[in-house]
Design a protein around this ligand. Sequence first.
Ligand code: XMP
Length: 315
Amino acid sequence: MTDPAQFVDEAVARLRAAIPGRAIIAASGGIDSTAAAILAQRAVGDRARAIFVDNGLLRDGEVARVRAFFDASGLHYEVRDAADRFFEALDGIVDPEEKRRRIGMTFIRLFETEADRFGTDRLIQGTIAPDWIESGGSLRDTIKTHHNVGGIPLDSRLTLVEPLRDLYKDEVRAVARALGIPEPERQPFPGPGLAVRVNGLVTPERVRRARVANRVVEEEVERAFRTGAMPRPWQYFAVLLPTRSVGVLGDNRVHGEAVSVRIVESSDAMTATAAAPPPAVLKTIAERITRELSGEVVRVLYDITDKPPATIEWE
Ligand code: XMP
C-alpha cells in the first residue's frame, strides 16, 4: 500500500461490489475491525450492521470504552452480551488452540444468528496479513489459529469479506487515520481476549484476576510513558499463570496464583523485543497487583523473552 487515501477509495469500491445486499460486521473495538467497519459503512451505509459482542473476556471498562470509540469514529453499531455462552464453551478447556477454536466457533454461531436476523450471508471482518500468515496455510506452520481466521467452521453459511487482508498493522493505522478514526496508536488486543491471558482453566474468577492485573499494567505503563519514564511500548499486559506458589498475608501462609507481566516493542507483531522498563515501574506494578488481588496473586514475574523464540501472547 502506498497511499492510504487511494487504498480507502479502492477498498470502498471493492466492498460495494462484494456486498450486493446487506452485511454484518464483526466489530471487536480494535483498530482493524473498526477500520473495516467504517470502510463498509462508507461503501454501503446502513446496509452493513456492526455488532460488538461482549464475550465476558474483555478488559476492565472495555464495553464503555468501545462504545465511546465507535461513537467518536462515527460508527453505527449494536452490542450483544454473550458472556455466559463463551464461559460455557470454555468450560474445562486448557489447550490454547482448543480455546481459540471454541471461541471462534461461538463467535461464528452468534454471527450466523445475527446474519439470519438481518437477512444476509456476508460477514465483514478486520483480518490483517499477520492474522492469516500466522494461522498457517499450505506454506507455513500454524503458529496460532487467530479466532478471526481459523475459527470459521467449514459448514458455515457465512461468506467472509476481508477488506484489510493484505495490510500490516502500520498500514492499517495509516488507513485508520485517513478514515478519521481517533487514536489509531492504541495497543492491539487479541480477539479471544483475556482467555489467552489466562493460562489453564478459563473461569469467571480467573478472568477477573487477569482483568485486574491487565488494568494495573496498562495504568502503570501509560503513566510511565506520559511522564517520559519510558517510550510507549507496542503491547503491555499481564498473564495469569497456571501455577501456584507460597506467599504471606499478614501472619498467614497463602498458596496463591502468579502473574507474568509482558511489555514488548514491535513494529508489525511478526517479531518483538521484550522491553526493559525502569525497575521502579515494574516494582509498582508488582505491588499493586499483589495488593489489589491480595491473597489471590502472590507472585509477579517479568517476561524477558523476545519473539521469536516466544510469541507475544502466551497462548
Ligand atoms: P502472537 O502472540 O502470535 O501475536 O505473537 C501477534 C499479535 O497478534 C495478537 N493476537 C491476536 N489477534 N486474534 C487477534 O485478533 C487472535 O487470536 C490473536 N492472537 C494474538 C497479539 O496480541 C499480537 O499483537
